[in-house]
Unconditional design. Sequence first.
Length: 115
Amino acid sequence: MSQLGVPELLIIAGVLVLLFGAKKLPDVARGVGRSLRIFKSETAKLRDDDDDAQPAAQAQPTVQATQTTTPQPQPAAPQQIPAAAPVVSAEEQARQLEEQAARLRAGAGQANKQA
């Protein structure tokens, strides 16, 4: 029903130039191209993983039959992860940096007076 012809494509291109500017369009196109390339490679990897998983799933029943006769070792107890340092907000970091800069300025001012 609604097929895009040459006049419609020219209008769309004109609108894109007005929105993004002539200088940014090559960068936008390059970014879209990279994104599509990455997407294509990831979907290919997913298909390969699915293909690899199917033969492994077919081979598992025979492996499980042999494993049921041998005792399974018990998994090791989970290790305790030490607690992380408290997360400091961006505002708190900025305040600390401002205080440190003020101390450095005060120390530099005193050093200049002594020299």
